[in-house]
Ligand binder design. Structure first.
Ligand code: GRF
Length: 202
């Protein structure tokens, strides 16, 4: 907690609209967190441009350049070192982190998922697969979930959820748009909740 603010590392693999929501939230002087690092596992993604535009340090750890998952995660650990990171925010990060890595960061890694977990989560449930599954299930509600990350994919404790209706005539695209707008609200709210809780206990 440098200068009373929770120090965040945001992990991305793509567009980074959730990263943008966090950047925008952190721009408010009274927001209790600051992004110390944006880490991408993919070169050239738009999220990295968003970070640079906001003057945030970035690191590229391209998983394709490492022979093993362990070597990839060691490189991530190295990139995080010495930055006083309090919380890792996965924001469209498309790699699964191992139990070994997560044990180094117990209760310090959170994620956003575009459904109301435990509905429509787990390995392979990302992006449009999630919204397709929601539409196929006949669920009348979907939403955004911010949760702690544990080795079991999408099964960690829920921090907060925001609900949206599934409307007649919805397509994957229309539902995705409604859900991601809620992720953009939920993620900064969750970070604020965690930061305020840590302030109380420190
Ligand atoms: C979000 O819907 C997130 O829940 C999922 O991937 C999407 C990332 O979007 N894991 P963006 O890169 O933040 O725009």
């Amino acid at each position: 907690m440098k200068e009373g603010k929770l120090q965040l590392a945001v992990f991305i693999s793509g567009n980074g609209s959730n990263l943008q929501a966090l950047i925008d939230a952190c721009a408010a002087p009274d927001f209790p967190a600051r992004i110390a690092l944006v880490l991408s596992n993919r070169p050239g993604v738009f999220g990295v441009k968003r970070a640079k535009r906001a003057g945030i340090e970035t690191a590229l750890v391209d998983h394709k350049t490492f022979p093993t998952r362990a070597a990839f995660e060691q490189a991530i650990a190295k990139a995080l070192e010495g930055r006083g990171i309090d919380l890792i925010c996965l924001a469209g990060f498309m790699r699964i982190l191992t139990a070994d890595f997560l044990s180094q960061w117990a209760e310090q890694v959170i994620n956003t998922h575009p459904s109301l977990l435990p509905r429509h989560g787990g390995p392979g449930m990302f992006g449009e697969h999630v919204h397709r599954a929601v539409l196929d299930s006949g669920d009348t509600q979907s939403g955004a979930t911010i949760h702690y990350v544990i080795p079991e994919v999408d099964q960690g404790p829920v921090i907060l959820q925001k609900t949206v209706p599934v409307l007649p005539g919805d397509t994957v695209e229309t539902l995705a748009e409604r859900v991601i707008a809620q992720e953009h609200k939920a993620y900064p709210e969750a970070v604020r909740m965690i930061a305020e809780k840590q302030r109380e206990t420190s």
